[in-house]
Write a protein that binds this ligand. Structure first.
Ligand code: ATP
Ligand code: MG
Length: 395
């Protein structure tokens, strides 16, 4: 057993000592079987949430209505969920009721794909009632049971299928794929929060094949992607391996879709993305706009910063907007900037107060901004004495 699971053994142990059954389940076992790194550990147990809370010192009731309690132990946390089967689904959303049960098999049966419906006990014995290991060997995503029924219960599973296909490089089993093509329109019944979470995970690792799978699924036509993003996806697929962060991927997609920074902000807000993410993406689009307008001047490079400038340079090279410098010229221009951040300026607000005896106020920022600009343009040397001379002369 690998170390993250090994550490989790004490949780299984404690539950069993209190007379309950407990197993590692879901993604951690899929990743264990695939020898991938394990990032979070889900545990299924016959204990009720109340029982779980009583057994462990530190717990957080993260999803009591679904039977989930987060158990904190040493440096790690474990999602401990009571075995459950799901009642009838209302409006394709969440099950209208969750029935807690005392049986592992029934719990595995409600899970989405065979590779995600495996469990392991504390002796390392694997429970794989639906052939998850074989599906993994075939590199195939296969719904547990009847694919159409499972997607009708929760249409988000269709997007999960595409996301896992992109993350793991697996293909969709024929019946699972056909069910998605037939039922794609039902994704409209799923909340934008859930859809956006899956789409973002997909976007973060999509490659050309993943984009093809996505386009052939029929799902893209059913999502509120607007008129521009769908048509931009094939071009995105051709270059998506160039980007290392999700923000870069969003920004490149918006660029291909010819969406302005403000359209992009509105889109990301509607798609419930965090402010940080939105800021990160729009700064990249603004960097492109700025560098397109002014060229790769020292001042523009200083303002947008190296990361965004490098992104903009790559993105402009990949679209028709040609840039006029090479990668090494870009690096060279950054290296030769006299400063890269305001804090490298050899003149501070404190200096200004000492030199003038004036009281603090907005004038300080004005002077610092002027000095910063002149230093970046190499009109003044970044040196405390030179900056004082300039200040005395001009203020
Ligand atoms: P990862 O965390 O790597 O993205 P995961 O498989 O752990 O993948 P989670 O969303 O963390 O995915 O869900 C944990 C487990 O819960 C899944 O492996 C699956 O067994 C089950 N599960 C999650 N969402 C659904 C769903 N919509 N329908 C059915 N089962 C689900
Ligand atoms: Mg998980």
């Amino acid at each position: 057993m690998k170390s993250p699971l090994k550490e989790g053994l004490s949780v299984l142990h404690a539950l069993e000592e209190h007379g309950h059954q407990a197993y590692f389940v879901g993604g951690c076992i899929r990743d264990y079987v695939m020898k991938r790194s394990i990032h979070d550990i889900d545990i299924a147990t016959s204990a009720t949430p109340d029982e779980v809370i009583q057994i462990f010192d530190k717990t957080v009731p993260t999803g009591l209505q679904h039977g989930t309690v987060l158990v904190l132990l040493k440096q790690s946390s474990y999602e401990v969920t009571t075995f459950r089967s799901e009642g009838t689904y209302e409006d394709f959303r969440r099950p209208s009721e969750v029935t807690f049960i005392r049986d592992l098999n029934e719990d595995l049966q409600r899970r989405d794909f065979t590779m995600n419906a495996m469990a392991m006990d504390r002796h390392g014995l694997l429970y794989d009632p639906f052939g998850g290991q074989e599906a993994i060997e075939r590199k195939e995503i296969l719904a547990v049971g009847n694919a159409e029924e499972r997607f009708m219960e929760d249409p988000l599973r269709m997007m999960r299928a595409l996301r896992f296909s992109a993350v793991l490089g697996f293909s969709l089993a024929a019946e699972t794929k056909e069910a998605i093509q037939r039922l794609a329109r039902y994704i409209a019944h799923t909340s934008i929060e859930r859809v956006a979470e899956e789409w973002t995970k997909w976007l973060a690792c999509a490659d050309r094949d993943a984009v093809d799978v996505w386009l052939s699924s029929g799902l893209q036509a059913q999502l509120p992607l607007g008129e521009k993003i769908g048509p931009a996806l094939p071009a995105f697929g051709a270059h998506c391996d160039e980007w290392s962060t999700t923000a870069e991927r969003w920004a490149f997609l918006f660029l291909l879709a010819e969406m302005s920074p403000s359209d992009s902000v509105a889109f990301l807000r509607a798609w419930k993305q965090s402010r940080t993410r939105s800021k990160d993406v729009t700064e990249k689009l603004q960097a492109i706009d700025r560098l397109k307008t002014t060229g790769f001047t020292p001042e523009a490079l200083y303002r947008v910063g190296e990361r965004n400038a490098t992104f903009a340079w790559k993105a402009m090279r990949r679209t028709t907007q040609t840039e006029h410098i090479t990668a090494s010229e870009l690096a060279e221009r950054f290296n030769s900037l006299p400063i890269h951040h305001r804090h490298e300026l050899q003149m501070t607000g404190r200096d200004l107060l000492a030199w003038t005896g004036r009281s603090p106020g907005p004038w300080i920022e004005d002077v610092l901004a002027q000095a910063e600009k002149l230093v970046v343009q190499q009109d003044i040397v970044n040196d405390n004495i030179a900056l004082k001379e300039w200040f005395d002369e001009h203020h």
